[in-house]
Design a protein around this ligand. Structure first.
Ligand SMILES: Nc1nc2c(ncn2[C@@H]2O[C@H](COP(=O)(O)OP(=O)(O)OP(=O)(O)O)[C@@H](O)[C@H]2O)c(=O)[nH]1
Ligand SMILES: [Mg+2]
Length: 218
């Protein structure tokens, strides 16, 4: 009897496409951040806030199962953007990114954000050829997310803990959340911040500038 391991084949094909994307990004000296987080954690809101930091020149690929609502928000913030509609698929893959890049002018943009489909599981398995993954989780989701979804957190180069403006209204302990992260990813930098107030963004912007500078100098 023959057994066809479809998942393995899909992931291998994706890895090949991701390697091509990575080589193209390296040629163009573009740092690429794959932004992963639950639906509503604030991925688009973070990009909207970052758009106000003129020291960061970036473009965005938006991934959503339906609609171009997020791309419209990014466009309103004055940032070049292309929307990928996955038609229900719960993650982006490297081929989708490759196709969308044909539509996105990257000249003069040393940084590209890819907002993945809102999900803490599937996007973790699909390399897009990115330089770094940033996982976003937000206070209303609860402190336990790093413990429940360790897979995606272990692949993150940085973690953003969003919506800290809501801490006074939530049974959420920032200390406990940071302890949970330390259990899973003890050496990964964590940036608690708020898109509502702008608090905490300076450290994250500095980290992004360093990432981008490292790629430019390779
Ligand atoms: N209070 C508060 N609300 C926030 C903050 N960040 C985002 N929000 C709100 O949270 C909701 C979801 O934000 P989005 O930026 O759309 O979240 P997302 O992760 O992009 O969501 P999907 O693209 O659907 O996965 C919106 O109503 C935002 O205004 C924050 O720091 N504080
Ligand atoms: Mg979004």
């Amino acid at each position: 009897m023959k057994t066809i391991k479809v998942r393995e084949q899909i992931l291998k094909a994706n890895d090949r496409a991701a390697a091509e994307n990575r080589a193209a990004f390296a040629r163009e000296r573009i740092a690429v951040v794959n932004l992963i987080g639950s639906p509503g954690s604030g991925k688009t809101a973070i990009l909207e806030r970052l758009a106000a930091h003129r020291e960061l020149a970036f473009a965005v690929l938006e991934g959503d199962p339906e609609t171009s609502l997020d791309a419209q928000r990014i466009e309103r913030a004055g940032v070049p953007v292309v929307q990928i509609v996955t038609q229900g698929t719960c993650h982006l893959d490297a081929a989708m990114v490759h196709r969308a890049l044909q539509e996105l002018p990257l000249e003069g943009k040393p940084l590209l954000f890819i907002e993945n489909v809102g999900n803490l599981v599937c996007p973790g398995s699909f390399d897009l050829g990115e330089t770094a993954r940033v996982v976003v989780f937000s206070a209303p989701e609860g402190e336990d997310k790093p413990l429940k979804y360790p897979g995606v957190f272990t692949t993150a180069r940085a973690v953003v803990l969003n919506k800290i403006d809501l801490l006074p209204h939530l049974p959420f302990s920032l200390d406990r959340a940071v302890e949970n992260l330390a259990q899973i990813v003890p050496r990964t930098p964590v940036f608690p911040l708020s898109c509502a107030t702008g608090a905490g963004f300076d450290g994250f912007v500095e980290w992004l500038l360093e990432l981008s500078a490292r790629v430019v100098s390779i």
